[in-house]
Design a protein around this ligand. Structure first.
Ligand code: GLU
Length: 441
């Protein structure tokens, strides 16, 4: 391993030496745990907490044979990584992506632990994935593979134990199949509460109002709380987006009525630009029909380099991890980087942006709206209640703005950047709970 030049790298390396684990500096898990441990080092937390957080509690891997429509068979690899459950049941999305790896799922599970703790939700952290490109499957194949994976996970998931939700490549339809499969296996005495095994379900099958837009809505509440203190007004802002899926498109559709202007968008099909603004609603309809932003008629096509270099107030990555690395950060001209995706910024890129005076709003704060409304859904399922959309929004606003304030106060108290502060605020809460519960046995 190369020599460490940053506190995050030093903290991660010393723990990994102790655990006899080896990671490269550019590895996503190493980078993420490094920042978490740097935050822990700012607090007087016991060493055992750092050890506990450094590895997930359980890493489950399943292989699912499924027959395709043409009669052939395929074997799909599935993961569920349960990072920590000291605050409550494991919680986190399940993604379908053809390039997914165990280290990525581990990283995302760690981020879920931090995210739920920062928002003070009664959940731990987990993440799941299926190695598949869902766009290559028919609806029937998607259903069969989803049901087979759910059955393979068996009692490793459950409404009181581990609660999956949508993530990249999955949606309410996939959650409905997961819930239905789980209910079929549930004891007759627990069938009513069994649908709480997943959140992000369709509205008519125990879903919550506001869950589909929740991540975008939560992000808007964070911006409303933090931007005025940075001297920025939403109605005068321009923004760029990476990704126009659930999170990206809802963010744009919710920022637009507040007066902000979408300038550029990039996704897996290409990048587009319109200096006068791109209509978020029309683009959302176009992407639903075509599968991507390329060819959108009311904007010009631009290349990747131009996309990153376009001057905007807010740069919002809302797709996969590590989309903003040092070469991109060097060309970026924005005031605030808003992490709507999980782990979109590499540590080198973040250091460069901070040195340039760019504010970086961390993912575990910005995108916690999704899991927060998942919590509302789980709560409604347990109580057989249905909350109206205004009630969901009001409760979400309270949790998001409190979390944002918590991060600001922690940054001031510990004299650190907002990412380290967000992890520190999460770790403080986890530490208090370990203090009262103790560590078994
Ligand atoms: N997949 C979302 C996330 O990364 C939501 C998780 C959930 O609702 O449990 O935060």
């Amino acid at each position: 391993m190369q020599d460490c030049t940053t506190p995050a790298c030093r903290s991660a390396r010393s723990i990994f030496l102790e655990l006899q684990e080896c990671y490269e500096e550019d590895n996503l898990y190493f980078q993420t745990i490094g920042s978490v441990l740097e935050a822990a080092d700012k607090l007087a937390v016991p060493h055992r907490l750092k050890l506990i957080l450094s590895q997930p509690k359980n890493e489950i891997m399943v292989h699912c044979p499924v027959q395709m429509d043409d009669g052939s068979w395929q074997l799909f690899k599935g993961y569920r990584v349960q990072h920590n459950n000291v605050l409550g049941p494991y919680k986190g999305g399940i993604r379908y992506h053809h390039e997914v790896k165990l280290d990525e799922v581990k990283t995302l599970s760690l981020l879920m632990t931090m995210k739920c703790a920062l928002a003070r939700l009664p959940f731990g952290g987990a993440k799941g994935a299926l190695k598949v490109d869902p766009r290559t499957l028919s609806a029937d194949e998607l259903m069969r593979v989803t049901r087979r994976m759910t059955a393979a996970l068996g009692t490793n998931i459950g409404p009181d134990y581990d609660i999956p939700a949508p993530d990249v490549g999955t949606d309410a339809r996939v959650m409905a199949w997961m819930a239905d499969t789980y209910i079929n296996f549930a004891e007759s005495s627990s069938k009513v509460t069994a649908r709480g095994v997943v959140t992000g379900k369709p509205l008519r099958f125990g879903g919550s109002a506001g869950r589909e837009k929740a991540t975008g809505q939560g992000l808007v509440y964070v911006l409303e709380t933090l931007l005025p203190g940075m001297g920025l007004q939403i109605d005068q802002l321009s923004f760029s987006l990476i990704g126009y899926g659930n999170v990206g498109s809802w963010t744009a559709r919710l920022l637009q009525p507040l007066g902000a202007t979408l300038r550029t968008v990039m996704d897996h099909t290409g990048a587009i630009h319109n200096p006068k603004g791109i209509d978020a609603e029309t683009l959302a309809e176009y992407v639903t029909q075509t599968g991507g932003v390329a060819g959108y008629p009311h904007a010009e096509a631009i290349d990747r380099e131009t996309f990153y270099a376009t001057e905007v107030d807010l740069f919002i990555p809302a797709a996969l991890e590590q989309m903003v690395d040092l070469p991109e950060a060097r060309t970026m001209r924005c005031k605030v980087l808003v992490e709507a995706a999980n782990a979109p910024t590499t540590p080198k890129a973040e250091r460069h942006l901070l040195e340039k005076g760019v504010e970086v709003l961390p993912a575990i704060l910005c995108n916690a709206g999704g899991v927060t409304v998942s919590y509302f859904e789980w709560k409604q399922n347990r109580q057989s209640e249905t909350w109206d959309p205004d009630e969901v929004d009001a409760r979400l606003r309270t949790i998001m703005s409190r979390s944002a304030e918590r991060v600001l106060q922690t940054a001031e108290r510990l004299d650190c950047n907002l990412r380290i502060a967000s992890y520190a605020a999460a770790i403080e809460h986890i530490n208090h709970v370990y203090e009262v519960r103790g560590v078994f046995p």
